[in-house]
Design a protein around this ligand. Sequence first.
Ligand SMILES: [Zn+2]
Ligand SMILES: [Zn+2]
Length: 133
Amino acid sequence: MNPSEVLHSHRLKSTSCREGIVEVMLQASRALSEAEIKTILGNRHDRTTFYRSFKTLIEKEVIHQIVIDKNEVRYALNLPGIHQHEHVHFHCSSCNQVFCVEPVSEATMTLPSGFDVSETEIMLKGKCNHCKS
Ligand SMILES: [Zn+2]
Ligand SMILES: [Zn+2]
């Protein structure tokens, strides 16, 4: 998929800034922080355009947020059929990178009666293959 196909699959109009952000994220094999995305894009877009585009991509669920803790948030693309809403994340404690991991099956949990799940957030922690070797 190229950036304009990704935007199109989310029924979003292509703009050069939106495409730029999606392209950076397509090429990364891990989740990125907002600062990393901005650094890779350089000065191609002004701040306001960048923030507006970034916000739209989150609102339209082109990208999803991964909250590590209250000071650290990473972002990754939602690709149709690949990244469904309910997948898990892996946080490497050594290099501090976050990866999207495809779930094998839906986690089964028994909730107390009357409890309702609206979101699932599972963070696995450990060492990635790069840091292990
Ligand atoms: Zn690592
Ligand atoms: Zn993810």
